[in-house]
Design a protein around this ligand. Structure first.
Ligand code: NAD
Length: 276
């Protein structure tokens, strides 16, 4: 493990405080932004990247909601910053990325995780349901990537990880979400092509069922207990268990690491059945 500063960036005191064995080589002192990190997969990913040695901007709609994630990271000796922004809004995205760059230095890692569901069968899906889901997942990832890439190009280094889903291949009641998650795979591959010459990789993870507030809300909408919903989902998964936040965070940690520099434009399924 090296504590050599990365270009344009001094090591952070808080990161130096991490136990050396916890840091992933090449991650120490790098700056990461994780969107939708107040809870769920985003919160787990923020904690994981901080444990890897990164200074992490914990971004969500309301900075106040990021407190628990920030406190968990700082309590473990890491460095974190709460940032409030709606990823679908250009001005808020630009301001948020500028704040991160001022406070922590230029971001080198971006995890586009923020998401919402507005599930409904096609004949009942409103235009607003469509627009909201496409705006947060797809436009949000576009705006965040466009804003962060200039900092990555300046460093000749970057790692972008987008949250797709097994639903990208189609899922009943999710015309909007499936389209957004499939679109994210196309965005990922295009970013990999355009940004590759600058030392920047772009990959996607496409989880199946992960236990979070999002899937708990789906169970409630379907009139199922979360336990029954999880049991039914687990039966379809080769590992015969549903995924946990840390399962996804671990895959993202690898894709965000310096060592993954020759992996780009890929979609990594986590926990899905082979048919998907
Ligand atoms: P979650 O609902 O628990 O968390 C999503 C977070 O995103 C929330 O904190 C929310 O406030 C934030 N957010 C929503 N809109 C935002 C916006 N406009 N700007 C900034 N932040 C915003 O969801 P989760 O289950 O942790 O899912 C995280 C990501 O993983 C999502 O993109 C989701 O589609 C994807 N995913 C989840 C599963 C699963 O089974 N849970 C499976 C595949 C993919």
């Amino acid at each position: 493990m090296s504590e050599t500063p990365h270009p344009g960036q001094e090591p952070q005191d808080g990161i130096r405080g991490l136990p050396a064995e916890d840091a992933v080589p090449g991650s120490l002192g790098r700056v990461a932004i994780v969107t939708g990190a107040a809870r769920g997969i985003g919160a787990g990913t923020a904690r994981r990247l901080a444990a890897d040695g990164m200074a992490v901007a914990v971004l969500d709609l309301d900075a106040g909601s990021c407190g628990a994630t920030v406190e968990a990271i700082t309590a473990a000796g890491g460095r974190a910053l709460a940032v409030g922004a709606d990823v679908s809004q250009d001005g808020q995205v630009e301001a948020a990325v500028a704040t991160v760059a001022e406070e922590f230095g230029p971001p080198a890692v971006l995890v586009n995780n923020a998401g919402v569901l507005r599930d409904n069968l096609l004949f009942k899906m409103s235009g607003d349901d469509w627009d909201t889901v496409l705006s947060v997942h797809l436009r949000g990832s576009f705006l965040m990537s466009r804003s962060v890439q200039k900092h990555m190009v300046g460093q000749r280094y970057g790692r972008i990880v987008n949250l797709s889903s097994s639903s990208a291949l189609g899922n009943r009641g999710q015309a909007n979400y499936s389209a957004a998650k499939a679109g994210l795979q196309g965005l990922t591959k295009t970013l990999a092509i355009e940004l590759g010459p600058f030392g920047i990789t772009a990959n996607a993870v496409a989880p199946g069922f992960i236990a979070t507030d999002m899937t708990a809300a789906t169970a409630a909408r379907l009139g199922l207990t979360f336990e029954d919903f999880q049991a039914a989902a687990a039966a379809q998964v080769p590992a015969r268990r549903i995924g946990q936040v840390d399962d996804v965070a671990h895959a993202i940690s690898f894709l965000a690491s310096e060592g993954a520099g020759y992996v780009s434009g890929q979609v990594s399924a986590t926990g899905n059945s082979p048919a998907r």
